[in-house]
Each structure stands twice: as structure tokens, then as C-alpha cells.
Design a protein around this ligand. Structure first.
Ligand code: PMP
Length: 433
């Protein structure tokens, strides 16, 4: 049997860092990345045959757990009919209808292949629809890796401690204004100075790429109000939260009180059921600026691919209220056990949680974590030993303190039990870091 280490060494000769997405490289936690070869329900199996309880969930898509029978069957049926035809296919409207039925304000939908493409296209659409250039984003929010959105981004950019990315021109960066999250006066000031030139404010519905940072009450509604007042669009990035967080009886994100809607949404992860699908959606009048009905160009060879559509349709059909209440309840159990284990070990921390999405921030109880600066100021060095202790005990966490933990509908008592059993030793490891 080839070991994880041998596979990773070989991969490093072929791919930068041995990976195709940076955070998989264990850069901030150290050690050898694990090569997973199979998933089943809440479990993953690595190349050495070790089994782990999975808290990454493919970074979000695996809402129902791995290899959910209905999803696998739907994919098999689609595959048997061919992998894709480069034409329209009935399943595209089926998935679009499911999204529209669950998301007030998602009147029209355009399928794309990745979350990055969804946000990139939403920005272009906002610029095309408003005739304005500037985009406002919040420090620590990650919206994929398109050039203009890599300014002060979270996720892997936060994990690697980078200010932005090489290769992004000054011209592109200068059209993105970055302000602190949860800071209403910064938003007011930016609109006072640049209001007539701002095409859009893009925000994660609940930021979860600098660890989870809940929007303060009314913050999302304030973004809605100020963008409307100045004729700018509000882009609600729900790539992470969409069809995962169910607060407010809404099958997408939280932080969205009754009575208002963003102009545009972006979705990814869960709507693709584990295959490469994402989407932008929103008001008909805005969406119709997209080609072929309008002048804003977007296209995709694999957009709306029928196999990916089948996985998305089956996932959303099986993502019932029962599944969400199961995930919410298990997340609460794990978050409670995490905080007890850390408190028992004397580790100062906060649990950052919205719905079933949560993360831990070490050494932050004095201030809490309301923005990127506070997230970055935490005792991140405690996470590596914590992560490796969990890994040794058979629990696969996201390999970065800035990522959320993902539970699924398949996390049963046995899987949760394994997590709970592992937490005390991991908390000790964090204490001794
Ligand atoms: N937006 C958000 C909120 C995300 O969390 C992510 C990915 N984690 C993206 C956009 C980009 O999605 P993708 O990785 O599919 O390009």
C-alpha cells in the first residue's frame, strides 16, 4: 500500500505544493496532507485504509453526507444517458425551479461551474447593470479567486497570511474598496465619498472564511438599505451558506431578517451536491442584463452540466426540514462539547456559530470576533496541535483555524460520539501549544 507521505511526495513533483487548492496542503497546521480515497456517510477513508469522521464535508457540498444513495442513483441515471451535450437539458430548469422555490428574490438563475465564477459574473453583471465601476467588499470575506475579489480575502488567503495575491494589478485592486466587517460607519463613509460610482456591495451572508463571524443584528439589512439609497446593487454571497443555514425559515443564509431581498445571490457547494455547479440568481430585471438577453457576457462549456444538475436536484430534494434540524442539533452538541473541553483544559476561546456553521477562535474571549482584524489576532498557533490530535484520533477537521466545521445529515450518534471522545485530548494539546 502506498502511504499518504509517498503519495504527497510524488504529487509535489507534479503539482505546486502537491495540491490543486492551497488549503489542502496543511500549510498552517504542518504535517503530511492526507489523501482521501473514499467517503461514506459521515466517514472518509484515506489511502492507508484509515477511517475518519469527516468535518470538512468536501468544504460544504456534502450536506447529506458522502455517497447518499439518492444522489448516487440520480448521478448514475444521468451518466447512463451521456455526460453532457452542450445543449440545454431539462434538468437545468428543474434545479433552477428548486432554487427559486426556496429563495425569495431568486427570480432568475444562471448556472456556472464554481463559486468563483458565480461571484465574478455577479460583479460583472452589477457593473453592467449600473454602469458603475467600484465594488465594496469586507475584509476577511472570501468570494473566490477572481482578480478584483482577492483583496483582503479570507479562506486560504487568511490561512497563508497573505495581504492579497501577486498577479492582481493595481488597476484591478483599486476598483475594490475593502472595509471592516460589521462596521456601519465605514460603509456610510464609503458611500458618502464614492456613492455615485459604487456598482455593488458584496458580502458573505454569514462570513465563514475568517472563521465564522456572525453579522451583528441588522447589519445585512443595513447593507440593503444603504445600497438601495445610492442605486448600488447588493450581492449576497451564499456559496457557503446557501441551503446549509436555515435561520429565519429561509433555506439559505441567516442574518436576513424578513422584509428585504438582495439584488443578486451567489450559490455553490450544496446546490451542486458534490459536483462542480454553482449559480448566480436574482431579480429578473437585473439578471436579464446577462447574454443572450442583455449585453453582459457570460458563458460556460460545462454550465448546467446534466450530471452535475442531477446531483444538485437530488441533494436539494432530499435536504428536507428534518435533515436541517438534525444537522443543527448535532452541530450544537459538537459545539457545546468543544467549548466544555477547551474550558476544562483552560484554553481561552470563543465559539463562533451561526446555525450549523461554527468555528473556534483561540484567545479571543475578551473581544469576541466581529471582524477580520480580531480573527487574525487570535492565538492561531493553538490550532495545529489541536488539529493533529483530532486527526490521530480519527476526526478530519478543516486544516485551518479560519475555516468552518461542516456537519451533515449522515452524522449519527456514533460519528458524533467519536468527535466528542476526541475533544478532551485535543483541547489539552491546544493548551500545551
Ligand atoms: N464564496 C464563498 C462565500 C466561498 O466560501 C467560496 C469557497 N469556499 C467561494 C465563493 C468560491 O467558491 P469556489 O471554491 O467554488 O470557487
Amino acid at each position: 500500500m502506498t502511504s499518504n507521505a509517498e503519495l504527497h511526495d510524488a504529487a509535489q513533483q507534479l503539482m505546486p505544493g502537491g495540491v490543486n487548492s492551497p488549503v489542502r496542503a496543511f500549510g498552517s497546521v504542518g504535517g503530511t496532507p492526507v489523501q482521501m480515497v473514499a467517503g461514506d456517510g459521515p466517514y472518509l477513508t484515506d489511502a492507508e485504509g484509515r477511517r475518519y469522521v469527516d468535518l470538512v464535508g468536501s468544504w460544504g457540498p456534502a450536506l447529506l453526507g458522502h455517497r447518499h444513495p439518492a444522489v448516487i442513483e440520480a448521478v448514475h441515471t444521468a451518466v447512463d444517458a451521456g455526460l453532457g451535450f452542450g445543449t440545454s437539458h431539462p434538468s437545468e430548469a428543474q434545479l433552477a425551479e428548486l432554487v427559486r422555490g426556496r429563495v425569495p428574490g431568486a427570480e432568475m438563475i444562471r448556472m456556472v461551474s464554481t463559486g468563483t465564477e458565480a461571484t465574478m459574473t455577479a460583479i460583472r453583471l452589477a457593473r453592467g447593470a449600473t454602469g458603475r465601476n467600484l465594488v465594496v467588499k469586507f475584509a476577511g470575506c472570501y468570494h473566490g479567486h477572481s482578480d478584483g475579489l482577492l483583496a483582503a480575502a479570507g479562506s486560504g488567503v487568511a490561512t497563508l497570511g497573505l495581504p492579497g495575491s501577486a498577479g492582481v494589478t493595481q488597476a484591478q485592486a483599486s476598483e475594490t474598496i475593502v472595509i471592516d466587517y460589521n462596521d456601519r460607519s465605514a460603509l456610510e463613509q464609503v458611500f458618502a465619498e464614492h456613492g455615485e460610482n459604487i456598482a455593488a456591495v458584496i458580502t458573505e451572508a454569514t462570513p465563514a472564511n475568517m472563521g465564522v463571524v456572525p453579522p451583528e443584528e441588522g447589519f445585512n439589512a443595513f447593507i440593503r438599505e444603504i445600497t438601495s439609497r445610492h442605486g448600488a446593487l447588493m450581492i449576497f454571497d451564499e456559496v457557503m451558506t446557501g441551503f446549509r443555514i436555515t435561520d429565519a425559515g429561509y433555506w439559505g443564509a441567516s442574518g436576513r431578517e424578513e422584509g428585504w431581498e438582495p439584488d443578486l445571490f451567489t450559490f455553490g457547494k450544496v446546490i451542486g451536491g458534490g459536483l462542480p455547479t454553482a449559480a448566480l440568481a436574482g431579480r429578473r430585471e437585473v439578471m436579464e442584463h446577462l447574454a443572450p438577453t442583455g449585453p453582459v457576457y457570460h458563458a460556460g462549456t460545462l454550465s448546467g452540466n446534466p450530471v452535475a444538475m442531477a446531483a444538485g436536484v437530488a441533494t436539494l430534494e432530499y435536504a428536507t426540514a428534518d435533515v436541517y434540524s438534525h444537522i443543527d442539533q448535532k452541530a450544537q452538541v459538537v459545539a457545546d462539547a468543544l467549548t466544555s473541553a477547551l474550558s476544562d483544559a483552560g484554553v481561552d476561546h470563543t465559539i463562533q456559530k451561526v446555525g450549523s456553521l461554527f468555528s473556534v477562535a483561540f484567545g479571543t474571549s475578551a473581544t469576541g470576533v466581529h471582524n477580520y482584524a480580531q480573527a487574525g489576532a487570535q492565538e492561531a498557533f493553538r490550532f495545529g496541535p489541536f488539529f493533529h490530535s483530532m486527526l490521530e484520533q480519527g476526526v478530519y477537521l478543516p486544516p485551518s483555524v479560519f475555516e468552518a466545521w461542516f456537519l451533515s445529515g449522515a452524522h449519527d450518534d456514533a460519528a458524533v460520539g467519536t468527535i466528542l471522545d476526541a475533544l478532551p485530548a485535543a483541547a489539552q494539546a491546544a493548551a500545551q501549544a
